[in-house]
Design a protein around this ligand. Structure first.
Ligand code: AP5
Ligand code: MG
Length: 215
């Protein structure tokens, strides 16, 4: 089961990808989380990615594609995976399609989590993230059991640097110009499923499971 998550920043890709990963036992691969881990560890990749991420811009395609193609060749991806935040441009999608078709494979499902821009800013301002394990919470919609502490690994939660209102707006602009065309790309491949992401998290998840299980 090879799944791509589509949707605007803050639509709930990461939240849903994590639930899918737990239910179906396949890894969640989040390019954003990989970049943030590299920034935290101050690697060369992290230093390069940070300059783009802080501005709400995309990290260059070549860097991102090499990273993902390398990651999906690892053993734990043999039974499938969920790509969360990749692809994000048409060249990235084409590179993924080619890397898979070279091995006689393809993406099985592209799940588009639809949320209007108006809801996004509110979601981002309340998000709290775990810098260690990548778990995501919300001060109103998904509160951790202990305020400011990750339920999964006990680390202190942070507010992401790119979640400030101005950067969120830039990320939304970048989404509409560079990422939204992927919806049509995957529709043409016959694998697109659209879910209404404005509803409660578990309702969204049930819709996604129905799409994964009926087709
Ligand atoms: P990335 O980390 O992928 O950020 P993003 O796409 O902007 O998406 P987010 O992680 O912000 O949102 P999400 O959809 O995962 O929502 P979440 O589940 O957290 O990328 C960051 C940066 O890295 C990019 O800007 C770029 O610079 C770079 N990058 C990454 N991938 C790249 C690539 N392929 N190419 C180039 N550059 C790349 O939910 C948001 C909040 O809402 C949470 O607080 C959550 O609890 C809450 N929530 C979720 N669902 C619901 C619901 N149904 N109801 C109420 N609240 C909800
Ligand atoms: Mg995310």
């Amino acid at each position: 089961m090879k799944i791509v998550m589509l949707g605007a920043p803050g639509a709930g890709k990461g939240t849903q990808a994590r639930l899918i990963s737990e239910k179906y036992g396949i890894p969640q691969i989040s390019t954003g989380d990989i970049f943030r881990a590299n920034i935290r560890d101050n690697t060369e990749l992290g230093q390069r990615a940070k300059s783009y991420m802080d501005q709400g811009l995309l990290v260059p395609d070549q860097v991102t594609c090499d990273l993902v193609v390398d990651r999906i060749r690892r053993d734990d991806c043999a039974g499938g995976y969920i790509l969360d935040g990749f692809p994000r441009t048409i060249p990235q999608a084409q590179a993924l399609t080619k890397a898979l078709s070279d091995h006689g494979s393809r993406i099985d499902y592209a799940i588009d989590v639809e949320v209007p821009d108006d809801n996004i800013v509110q979601r981002m301002s309340g998000r709290r993230a775990c810098p260690k394990c990548g778990a995501t919470f919300h001060i109103r919609y998904k509160m951790p059991q202990t305020e400011g502490v990750c339920d999964t690994c006990g680390s202190e939660l942070i507010q992401r640097e790119d979640d400030h209102a101005q950067t969120v707006q830039k990320r939304l602009d970048v989404y509409h110009s560079q990422t939204q065309p992927l919806i049509q790309y995957y529709r043409e491949q016959g694998v697109l499923h659209t879910v209404d992401g404005t509803r409660e998290m578990n309702t969204v998840f049930n819709d996604i499971c129905a799409a994964l299980e009926e087709s």
